[in-house]
Design a protein around this ligand. Structure first.
Ligand code: GLU
Length: 279
């Protein structure tokens, strides 16, 4: 069976130990299964992506002993494809323009009679303000997926997980409507979103196995729904534990102290990095 893994960093900061773990794990799994390892640059947020971070990613991964086929896929070169998928969903009546700002959403979800909003995988659960109302002259901030229109009652979704809690993960359309809500598929300033791009690109690149951090476990449900709506295959998912600092906090891009480049400058070897992340 074909086995295609990928590592999909955003060039918005230095790769740290958590990224090294993800990339090495995906690489090791590809090698162990006679598969292929792809690198994809997730640079849809052009306000934060920088060519120098991309160059650093290439240098760090090569130093770790990882190689990948050229040319590398950059999401910024795939905007037409994202637009085409949005047009198909729009034509099916599954999207609606949203004029809410972040603040509008926070205010609507903080209404005292509503209680605390359940946190969706995408942040705060969208209260559906714009679902039924024409956008009028307000500036459109996003296109949202109308989940109620997109899903059939009683429909059951699933994916196969081989990471922390392995097995077949199932969820119903009703659960998705309650916990995921009408997610943003295109932000005005990007013309797409992480969820839409990642699903289209995993399918486009023939990715069969997605190895990534546990923090994206809940987002996988969104990805599975989008795969079904767009008639794309669902890969096998392997969500790994997160590398944390000594206070138990997960590493973030701004944790420069844990940057691979920093360890490297201090004389660490790729083997040292493998030991540090438990590989
Ligand atoms: N670009 C995402 C990140 O850097 C990775 C997304 C994924 O692996 O699905 O967090």
């Amino acid at each position: 069976m074909a086995w295609v893994e990928r590592f999909a960093p955003s060039p918005t900061g230095p790769l740290h130990l958590g990224h090294a773990y993800s990339a090495l794990l995906a690489w090791d799994r590809a090698v162990a299964n006679g598969g292929e390892f792809l690198l994809r640059i997730e640079d849809i947020d052009q306000s934060r992506a920088r060519p120098e971070w991309e160059a650093q990613i290439f240098a760090d991964l090569a130093w770790l002993g990882i190689c990948w086929p050229q040319p590398v896929l950059r999401q910024s070169e795939r905007l037409d494809h994202y637009r085409a998928a949005l047009a198909r969903l729009w034509a099916r009546g599954l999207l609606y323009p949203c004029t809410c700002t972040r603040r509008d959403i926070l205010e609507a979800t903080r209404a005292p009679q509503e209680g605390a909003p359940p946190p969706g995988p995408d942040g705060v659960l969208y209260p559906g303000t714009c679902r039924a109302k024409p956008s009028g002259d307000m500036p459109v901030t996003a296109l949202r997926l109308n989940l109620r229109a997109a899903l059939q009652g009683g429909e059951i979704f699933h994916f196969n997980e081989t990471g922390g809690n392995p097995g077949r993960v199932e969820f119903t359309a009703d659960e998705a409507i309650e916990t995921i809500g009408d997610i943003v598929l295109a932000r005005r300033d990007m013309g797409t979103s992480y969820h839409l791009s990642v699903v289209l690109d995993d399918a486009f690149q023939g990715v069969t196995h997605v190895t990534r951090g546990q923090d994206l476990y809940e987002a996988t449900k969104i990805h599975v729904i989008l795969q079904k709506l767009l008639r794309l295959p669902t890969p096998v998912y392997h969500h790994h534990t997160l590398i944390r600092d000594e206070n138990g906090k997960r590493l973030a891009k701004r944790d420069d102290a844990r940057a691979i480049a920093g360890y490297r400058a201090d004389g660490a070897t790729p083997e040292d990095i493998r030991h540090m992340v438990g590989l």
